[in-house]
Ligand binder design. Structure first.
Ligand code: 13P
Length: 255
């Protein structure tokens, strides 16, 4: 049985005061939720303080990136053990913004993925096609190749500990959500790919999130699709009401 998982990716948003009050509000309002996993991924500088505010709650803490090396002369980077040290449980890897703006390749994502898993953290690995790739009929090929490259060398056990997020680039921050059918088609295909690389059982147990303009009013129809196991939420995770609305929509879904 796959549990639904809703994670908020705050990206480079919110100051210290707003971060803290959002987290305190979420702890309060989501206290009773037990059938959905929840996480927030704030900017790295706030992780330590927010980790304390989340301590003992049902909301996990996640980072938006990590470096693959354990320590050393890597100015500006943060290791997985440092993230663990301040209370992180999750790490987003290979977000399309990191791929497009910071030049992250599948190989870099793969190195980071192995480091995150070795540290005992849960990676959330993002894949997704651009609008041009979709219009050229390349969605399946692009997503499959990102998955194969990013997930290289994983054991069955490591694959089961990895969360995937399908985030079509054209749906991120645009208000243009993939239709439930468009998203489900790609999620099903990712599961087919996992079945061929691992096993049917492994493929059926991996959590695959959808991301791209998820809001409280479209969450229910997306999350009702059989192969969509949750959402990676950007803009709508920055406000208490909208993130709460998405989590509450998830709690009502029976699969
Ligand atoms: P939006 O929800 O703002 O479209 O962002 C999605 C995303 O990139 C989450 O990682």
């Amino acid at each position: 049985m796959r549990r639904l998982f809703i994670a908020g990716n705050w990206k480079m948003n919110l100051d210290r005061g707003h971060s803290l009050s959002l987290v305190q509000g979420l702890v309060e309002s989501l206290r009773g939720v037990s059938n959905v996993d929840i996480a927030v991924c704030p900017p790295a500088v706030y992780l330590g303080e927010l980790g304390k505010a989340l301590h003992g709650s049902n909301i996990g803490l996640g980072a938006q990136n990590a470096y693959s090396k354990p320590e050393g002369a890597f100015t500006g980077e943060i290791s997985c053990s440092m993230l663990k040290d301040v209370g992180c449980r999750y790490v987003i890897l290979g977000h399309s913004e990191r791929r497009a703006i910071f030049g992250e390749t599948d190989q870099m994502v793969n190195e980071k993925l192995h480091a995150v898993l070795a540290a005992g953290l849960t990676p959330i690995v993002c894949v997704g096609e651009t609008l041009q790739q979709r219009e050229n009929g390349q969605t399946q090929q692009v997503v499959r190749s990102q998955c194969v490259g990013s997930l290289a060398g994983l054991s069955h056990d490591q694959m089961l500990k990895t969360v995937l997020a399908y985030e079509p680039v054209w749906a991120i921050g645009t208000g243009k959500t993939a239709t439930p059918a468009q998203a489900e088609e790609v999620h099903q295909d990712i599961r087919n790919l996992l079945e061929s690389h691992f096993s049917r059982e492994t493929s059926q147990n991996v959590i695959i999130l959808y991301g791209g303009s998820v809001k409280a009013d479209n969450a229910q129809e997306l999350l009702s699709e059989p192969n969509i196991d949750g959402a990676l939420v950007g803009g709508a995770s920055l406000k208490l009401d909208s993130f709460e609305g998405i989590v509450k929509a998830a709690t009502s879904i029976k699969k």
